[in-house]
Design a protein around this ligand. Structure first.
Ligand code: GNR
Ligand code: NI
Length: 172
């Protein structure tokens, strides 16, 4: 498996804004991509990762919501769709590996019904709530070139990007 560089808003905004393309075939090449994404996500560490965050504009997401004292529970989502979203929304404090060290509340539907293809290309439908609902909506936004900071006011968004740019300059 290969660790990939995670793109960030200071340097890679144009790529992160791209709309990703549906996957045609779930094959071994795609599984290599998903394995690399999972390894990259665990190393970061993060709880979810969309392919565009490593510069691949395919509608592919990996996730693991297991707590630190639980065994790993990797999940893979290919061409995910939201079939239904609750009217009820609520805030959750979100972060993003592409917007490092910024944490802000975002309001989203509290429950969603999903359809996607899994690691083996099988069609799955299931309901998500709590952190699962938050994370899948955050990741599906990435597939459409949307970042969690796009849900904030312009002032908060611009401050967040400035902070990430300043930190990147300090690191260099
Ligand atoms: O690791 C992550 N944590 C997180 C916390 C709250 C809401 C969403 C997330 S996803 C994020 C990893 C990431 O950037 N995925 O795109
Ligand atoms: Ni993210």
């Amino acid at each position: 498996m290969t660790l990939r560089r995670i793109l960030t808003v200071d340097a890679d905004m144009a790529v992160l804004k791209q709309v990703s393309t549906p996957v045609e075939t779930v094959d071994d090449d795609l599984r290599v991509l998903m394995d690399d994404m999972l390894e990259t996500m665990y190393a970061a560490p993060g709880i979810g990762l969309a392919a565009i965050q490593i510069g691949v504009a395919k509608r592919v997401i990996v996730m693991d919501l297991a707590k630190t004292d639980e065994p790993p529970a990797p999940r893979y989502f290919i061409n995910p769709e939201i079939l239904w979203a609750s009217e009820d929304t609520g805030p959750w404090e979100e972060g993003c590996l592409s917007v490092p060290d910024i944490y802000e509340d975002v309001d989203r539907p509290l429950e969603v019904r999903l359809r996607y293809l899994d690691y083996n290309g099988n069609l799955v439908e299931e309901d998500a709530d709590e952190l699962y609902a938050v994370c899948i909506q955050h990741e599906m936004d990435h597939l459409n070139g949307v970042l969690f900071i796009d849900h904030l006011s312009r002032l908060k968004r611009e401050r967040a990007v400035s902070k990430v740019k300043k930190a990147a300059r300090a690191d260099a």
